[in-house]
Design a protein around this ligand. Structure first.
Ligand SMILES: Cc1cc2nc3c(=O)[nH]c(=O)nc-3n(C[C@H](O)[C@H](O)[C@H](O)COP(=O)(O)OP(=O)(O)OC[C@H]3O[C@@H](n4cnc5c(N)ncnc54)[C@H](O)[C@@H]3O)c2cc1C
Length: 504
């Protein structure tokens, strides 16, 4: 283990890496040339990966997963990316990291039970279909519609550039269910054999072993149970999952750059010019030294971001930085390493040609470099906080009743021990709620008037109170500006301290 990895990985992780590498060297590396010709992977390969447990490493055990930590996924992406076929890596990773991650986080128990076990076992292959012919970077601009008719959605529209789109058994499709921009998008599972679905494999510059589809939806009927999460929350779900997608793309770019560097150094140690091996020319040595330094530093930063992600810290800015730096660097590595091979670098039988083609997608797919810079610029220049925006999007529909029903589960029982407290909420339009805390219990009721017998009265608007509870508004600012008035500040602090923070 080199020094960077030893900071993050355990012996178990490295044993896993070794056995995965052996598996890939046996089941993948000898066949990638054929798959590149076929422009797709064989379906049985997914079953082999499923049998090894590779698709469910961070999925719940009850669905056939292993509930392991995120570093197993990191190792999986790294080793897969060292098999010199971007198309293989894309296809085999799109299933767990694009389609399965949406199922894991947003699907209902019904959908999870129906699809997760088979998808984790590799018996079903999934895809994620967001991009459309006229909307890629601008996700909110998609036009595919899902119109509800009774217990079905009727889907019409088209998608393009969808990895695994031709041979997948199901796809998670972003559709418009309302006409209100980004907040009108929903994620709906569509089975691959649905009537009205047509799919076509596109010819590409690289990533040849993966199928990349254009897909048309002509009155495709889908049961309403196939909705993931809530209607019109799709944009938020997509943004949430982008963090993982961008990290996987960064990790893949770094690992394949490391592979290319090693492959090039071997060649440079054999190829002779002017009576010596070309690794003795200082100008070439310095180029390789620079690339090596850049790969190592971007990898170090990316491992730090992986740690943030593994610890469930919000890292949209850092994951965007990683994706940007790593994929741009991969193109630089591809260009400069190919140069070391001279004419042979341009020949198909040398591995650099494929790496050169495959690397080029990194700065485009999963959010282009320009879009990464847009996100970073908004965060570092305009102080935009996507976490707050997402939490607003998440909470935009919550009502005061829904919020209050979360109080019993948020009560810190140890703190509430022996406490009796009656709190009256007085909202606009003469709406009153009484919250009684008694014997570690919370009793909620509506009352029709002001009461003088309570310990604490809180007077505010429902919007302000929801804003404070959901993190949209700063509580101190709200108190100081008088938007919330309380009859007893000490009791208010006691009341606030009895509950855990609201999280959706
Ligand atoms: C091989 C392959 C596999 C893919 N797999 C999938 C998949 O599985 N699922 C899926 O949904 N999608 C997939 N995609 C789509 C991919 O995510 C999009 O191609 C990508 O997001 C860019 O969108 P676009 O192609 O529409 O380019 P556009 O959005 O049209 O962008 C064109 C150019 O304009 C720039 N640009 C756009 N907006 C801005 C801005 N605001 N500021 C500055 N520059 C800007 C872009 O960076 C780019 O350089 C795949 C694409 C490819 C090529």
């Amino acid at each position: 283990m080199n020094s960077l990895e030893s900071y993050y990985l355990t012996e178990e992780h490295e044993l896993f890496r070794k056995s995965l590498r052996e598996f890939l060297d046996k089941e993948v590396v000898p066949f990638v040339d054929q798959w590149e010709e076929d422009a797709r992977l064989p379906k049985e390969l997914f079953k082999k990966f499923g049998d090894m447990g590779y698709f469910g490493m961070t999925q719940e055990e009850k669905y056939g997963g292993s509930n392991l930590d995120f570093w197993y996924d990191v190792i999986f992406i790294e080793e897969v990316s060292k098999s010199n076929s971007g198309g293989f890596g894309a296809s085999i990773s799109a299933h767990p990291y694009l389609s399965l991650s949406h199922l894991k986080h947003e699907a209902s128990d019904f959908l999870k039970e129906k699809y997760l076990p088979k998808a984790i076992a590799g018996e079903l292959v999934g895809a994620l279909a967001i991009t459309e012919p006229h909307a890629g970077s601008d996700v909110a601009g998609i036009k595919t519609t899902a119109v509800r008719q009774g217990d079905k959605y009727i889907i019409n529209g088209s998608k393009c550039f969808i990895t695994n789109g031709v041979f997948c058994d199901y796809m998670i499709v972003a559709c418009k269910t309302a006409s209100t921009g980004s907040s009108g998008i929903s994620m709906i599972l569509v089975e691959g054999n649905s009537k009205g679905l047509s799919r076509n494999n596109l010819k590409k510059l690289g990533w040849k072993a993966s199928d990349t589809a254009e897909i048309a939806f002509d009155n495709v009927e889908v049961p309403v149970e196939n909705l993931l999460g809530e209607e019109n929350k799709g944009f938020y779900y997509i943004m949430q999952r982008f963090e993982l997608e961008r990290l996987t793309l960064a990790l893949g770019a770094i690992a394949s750059s490391e592979w290319a560097l090693e492959y090039t150094l071997q060649y440079m140690n054999e190829r002779k010019a002017f009576g010596k091996t070309i690794n003795k020319f200082q100008v070439l040595r310095h180029k390789m030294a620079q690339l090596s330094a850049e790969i190592e530093s971007v990898k170090t930063f990316t491992y730090h971001v992986c740690k943030m992600h593994a610890d469930k810290n919000y890292c949209v800015k850092e994951a965007s930085m990683s994706k940007y730096l790593a994929t741009e660097l991969s193109d630089k590595v591809a260009y400069q390493c190919l140069q070391m091979f001279g004419g042979y670098g341009y020949m198909e039988e040398y591995k650099m040609a494929r790496f050169f083609r495959d690397s080029r997608l990194g700065t485009i797919g999963g959010g282009s470099s320009e879009i990464m810079c847009e996100i970073i610029a908004k965060m570092v220049i305009d102080d935009v906080n996507y976490q707050a925006q997402e939490s607003r999007a998440r909470n935009q529909d919550i009502s005061i009743e829904e919020l209050f029903t979360t109080l019993p589960s948020r009560l810190k029982k140890e703190k509430a021990n022996g406490i009796e407290l009656n709190v009256l909420f007085e909202f606009e339009n003469n709406i009153f709620y009484l919250i009684e805390i008694m014997n570690q219990e919370v009793i909620l009721s509506t009352v029709d008037r002001q009461m003088s017998t309570v310990d604490l009265t809180i007077t505010t608007t429902t919007e302000t109170y929801i804003g404070v509870e959901t993190g949209k508004l700063n509580p101190q600012e709200v108190f100081m500006s008088g938007k919330i008035q309380v009859s007893d500040l000490g009791k208010m602090m006691q009341f606030g301290g009895l509950f855990k923070k609201y999280t959706n």
